[in-house]
Design a protein around this ligand. Structure first.
Ligand SMILES: [Zn+2]
Length: 94
């Protein structure tokens, strides 16, 4: 009985550690825009949008084919993203 109890304890400890790892490893910033950063089409609410994380920033594109375009110049698209996210904030402050 004692043995079983410690087994359960060890297992729940492992689960807790695994959960903590997931929490600290990926502080992902949510994608701030309603549209695709590559082509400008609406992606918000689309279940078929292609979502990935680039350097802790979530990115949403229309589909996977546009990932190549993003990868060809990530800096350009990240700059565009922060510019447009900033604009969006200014607009909503009005
Ligand atoms: Zn697109």
């Amino acid at each position: 009985m004692k043995k079983l109890f410690s087994l359960v304890l060890v297992m729940s400890l492992f689960t807790a550690i695994a959960k903590a790892d997931n929490g600290t490893n990926a502080p992902v910033k949510p994608y701030p825009l309603n549209h695709c950063i590559v082509c400008g089409m609406l992606v918000k609410g689309r279940t078929d949008a292609f979502t990935f994380v680039y350097h802790g920033q979530e990115i949403k594109l229309c589909d996977q084919s546009e990932k190549q375009e993003f990868d060809s110049n990530p800096a350009k698209y990240l700059k565009k993203l922060s510019n447009e996210a900033g604009k969006k904030q200014q607009n909503s402050n009005d």
